[in-house]
Design a protein around this ligand. Structure first.
Ligand SMILES: [Mg+2]
Length: 415
């Protein structure tokens, strides 16, 4: 039986902001995007704001109605990254299997280190909780269980600053009465499908006929059924392994609705440039593109496509994104948000097979040199030092530096 912790920093962004500004500690605080730019949603809030009913994802004006004295702070990801790293330094002392899930959550597998630690998993959880509070000034909640899914569930059950154990011999009594939507990877859409077949709790899911679930949810039907029955066997990745990135993406909510293909192309261009620069920073190339479109009714779609050659330049990203866009969007509604991700990442030194019959690959290499030069200029003189002429067509639409202020969405990939 494994011993796994899931450590979740409570109200992470807001807690860090309150550390830097002790004077706002005892008032409702929310971290929110720039209201002028329509990024005006609540990204995180402190306990006091939470008690007043403020929720992540709601509009600033709604939040202000609930708490007129609400203090709004813009997000500062550099700070959060720093605290995230500091917390992980503490976790590393307890295991070499520490896997991050977002900036503020980590799994720690204690199975192999228990013999050296001379403490029970719950006691270790309490020690870590105490240490993060004393050394970093933020509270965490910890779940202790025999697999990742239940450890994560445990850290959500009691917060802030609490430890919840879900041991094997009691998991049915603790886990099964919980709502099925609390299970990791059961997003809103999946929850609705499950509720339609009278699966409301995790116990209902566990007792359901797995074939019915498969018919309803495909391969996820079986995976979720296994989770509910305590049979999640996914390992906690080793330090280093967990740094492996699967995709690099940027998204934005536009300052005005997008109504033409040219609008879309402009925004994709800015996003692609920043994604390409981040690929080069990480020394990787991508062999696929994924786009995300959200219309002004907040309906969204995601589409992806593989590419022939791995690349780390903006041109192929833009072209592929536009190709996907034209194929999949019919302009029923103007668009409000766009996202572009580079997927299927490979290390940059992987050889490209040059073709005798066309010069696509060679052109890619030339483009790569040009864009690397642009990176250097921007690094030395700022993002504005080099702009595409297209960016001058509509500076309001394209006047953001996505590499610096790209939106990190505060929700899980699967939701
Ligand atoms: Mg958290």
């Amino acid at each position: 039986m494994r011993s796994i912790l899931h450590v979740d920093m409570n109200n992470f962004y807001a807690s860090v902001e309150c550390l830097y500004r002790p004077e706002i500690r005892n008032v409702p605080v929310a971290v929110a995007g720039d209201p002028e730019n329509r990024h005006g949603i609540i990204l995180a809030k402190n306990m006091i704001a939470k008690k007043l009913g403020i929720t992540t994802g709601e509009a600033i004006w709604q939040a202000k109605q609930k708490a007129p004295g609400l203090v709004l702070v813009p997000p500062d990801y550099k700070k959060y990254l720093r605290f995230s790293r500091l917390a992980r330094q503490i976790y590393y002392e307890y295991s070499d299997q520490v896997e991050a899930f977002g900036l503020d959550e980590n799994w720690i597998d204690l199975t192999n280190s228990l013999q050296y630690l001379h403490q029970e998993p719950v006691a270790i959880a309490d020690t870590i909780r105490q240490r993060v509070k004393e050394e970093l000034g933020v509270t965490v909640s910890v779940g202790v269980s025999f697999n990742k899914i239940f450890a994560k569930l445990g850290s959500d059950m009691k917060k802030p600053d609490a430890t919840t154990a879900i041991p094997y011999d009691r998991f049915r009594e603790i886990v099964w009465p919980q709502p099925v939507g609390d299970l990791l990877y059961v997003g809103r859409a999946t929850r609705r499908k499950l509720e339609a077949i009278a699966v409301n709790t995790i116990g209902d899911l566990a007792r359901m006929d797995v074939e019915i679930l498969q018919r309803k949810l495909g391969k996820w039907g079986e995976i979720l059924w296994l989770f509910a029955n305590g049979m999640d066997t996914a390992p906690v990745r080793k330090i280093g392994e967990s740094e492996q990135i699967k995709s690099i993406g940027n998204g934005t909510t536009c300052p005005r609705d997008l109504k033409t293909e040219q609008d879309v192309r402009l925004v994709f261009t800015v996003l692609a440039e920043s994604v390409a620069a981040r690929l080069r920073d990480c020394g990787v190339k991508c062999q696929g593109v994924q786009i995300f479109l959200r219309d002004n009714d907040l309906m969204s779609i995601t589409r992806q496509k593989k590419m022939e050659y791995p690349c780390c330049t903006s041109r192929p990203l833009i072209d592929t994104a536009m190709e996907l866009f034209r194929k999949n969007y019919r302009w029923q509604k103007p668009l409000r948000g766009l996202g572009l991700s580079a997927i299927y990442l490979v290390t940059a030194d992987k050889h490209i097979q040059l073709s005798l019959f066309d010069d696509t690959a060679e052109k890619l290499l030339v483009q790569e040199k040009i864009e690397k030069t642009v990176d250097e200029l921007r690094f030395r003189f700022g993002h504005e030092a080099v702009l595409r002429a297209a960016a001058l067509l509509d500076p309001k639409l394209t006047g953001f530096n996505p590499k610096e202020d790209h939106t990190i969405h505060p929700y899980n990939y699967f939701r």
